[in-house]
Design a protein around this ligand. Structure first.
Ligand code: LLP
Length: 421
């Protein structure tokens, strides 16, 4: 559910007309709904109230400071994966004890910064990483908490690029190795394994894979207890799917109904790391039609947004709904199959393929829906394109939360060696 709706023929974000935003700020343009963003966070929070989880929003989904601050203000923690995300988390005012840090490849520098900041814990992905954390923590004379990321070997039934919980994926540690590591680490002076972590994949639309993974891990924790090892936290990761097309993902309440009984019985402190569920449908990409090109085989609607702005269709063949910003354009009944493509020099540069769309003309605007998660955060400057502006709407107000980049920004860090002159 989201706050992007038609009133008469105009697409609105909350009480603001998208066409006015496109006019005022130019395109391509990301537009987010504050009400949708916070609404999704609160839905999850209330569905899981019985275990009072720490919901650490996954920064990688959309790392704009305004989005982070809005969520942190409502009590969210943050799930980070790099020094850059730690920097953002601190800038957004997130208390350190609400930050968890995952990633298979944390550098010594990043580990040191995170320890100094006093984050809640690291989600550790390998034994060499654990030894490195112990080494750095000892040097800094700090005792740190960690959670081991377990790879529970379950099939999440999602796109292969966003599956993470199979043993053929690079993520996490298998149960047997985890047990050995936990026993070995008992002798570590500066590291304490106080939690276990799983994240089995992204855009998962049913509760079953989660239930399977959680059941496995709770059984494992019980086994550890028999050996005298007490685990305090269980981090169940993110991965909750949203509606892009015709999928019917579980609601927060349905998800809770499936897994809350397991969590409650475990008596563990629960952490969650949702990204897409919170921000995915809270954002759209608005783009303007540059040209309509008919070839003997196809019709192409060429727009001013490209794969550098939103890479999901190019990278995963992901489906995003494409809607006219003004419905019908006065020709309601007419529709035609077309590809919506960007200006970039790659055939993978498309937002929609063979899609039945209303007839559009040069200058009309289209909205690429469900672009709030992994949209701007995966944007690049490919083809020396400036990354788009981002706008946050709250009721009838629109705030610029990121300016469009300038040409100067593109070359800001570059220099030409003197010899070349
Ligand atoms: N926790 C960990 C350890 C993760 O790796 C991820 C996402 C999340 C939480 C948040 O997952 P979410 O709730 O958003 O599904 N770029 C891809 C998605 C990659 C997800 C990477 N990890 C896409 O556009 O579909």
């Amino acid at each position: 559910m989201h706050e992007f709706r038609y009133k008469r023929n105009d697409l609105y974000c909350e009480n603001v007309k998208i066409r006015d935003l496109a006019e005022k700020f130019g395109t391509p343009l990301y537009v987010y709904s504050y009400t949708t963003l916070i609404g999704h966070f609160l839905k999850l929070k209330s569905a899981f109230q019985a275990v009072n989880p720490l919901i650490c929003y996954s920064v990688k989904a959309n790392s704009n400071l305004a989005i982070l601050r809005a969520l942190v203000d409502k009590g969210a923690g943050l799930d980070i994966v790099s020094g850059g995300e730690l920097f953002r988390a601190k800038k957004a005012g997130c208390p350190a004890e609400r930050i968890v840090y995952a990633s298979v490849g944390k550098t010594a520098y990043e580990i040191e910064e995170a320890i100094k900041s006093g984050i809640l814990f690291f989600n550790v992905e390998s034994f060499p990483e654990l030894k490195n954390i112990q080494h750095i923590a000892r040097r800094l004379k700090k005792r740190v908490k960690v959670a081991l990321r377990i790879n529970p070997d379950v099939e999440p039934k999602t796109h292969k690029y966003i599956t993470t919980g199979k043993l053929t994926n690079k993520f996490g540690i298998d149960f047997e190795s985890a047990r050995r590591i936990i026993l070995l680490t008992r002798g570590f002076s500066h590291v304490e394994i106080s939690g276990l972590h799983i994240h089995i994949g992204s855009q998962i639309t049913t509760g079953e894979p989660f239930a399977a993974a959680i059941t496995k891990i709770i059984g494992f924790i019980r086994g550890l207890k028999r050996e005298g090892i007490v685990i305090e936290y269980l981090n169940i990761g993110g991965g909750l799917g949203i509606v892009y097309d015709r999928e019917m993902p579980q609601t927060a309440d349905k998800f809770a109904a499936r897994i809350l009984p397991l969590l409650k019985k475990s008596g563990l402190k629960i952490i969650m790391e949702p990204g897409r569920f919170i921000v995915g449908n809270a954002g759209i990409l608005v783009t303007r039609v540059l040209y309509v090109k008919n070839t003997p085989k196809k019709k192409f609607i060429i727009v001013d947004g490209g794969m550098n702005d939103l890479i999901r269709p190019a990278l995963y063949e992901a489906y995003h709904q494409v809607l006219p910003v003004i419905k019908g354009f006065g020709r309601e009944a007419e529709a035609e199959k077309a590809d919506v493509v960007g200006p970039i020099c790659e055939s993978g540069d498309f937002f929609a393929k063979d899609r039945v769309l209303p007839l559009v003309e040069e200058g009309d605007c289209l909205a690429v829906m469900g672009a709030g998660a992994y949209g701007f955060s995966m944007a690049s400057n490919y083809n020396s394109r400036r990354r788009p502006q981002e706008i946050m709407v709250n009721k009838d107000k629109a705030f610029v939360i990121r300016k469009r980049e300038s040409y100067g920004d593109l070359v800001h860090n570059e220099s030409i060696p003197r010899e070349f002159k």
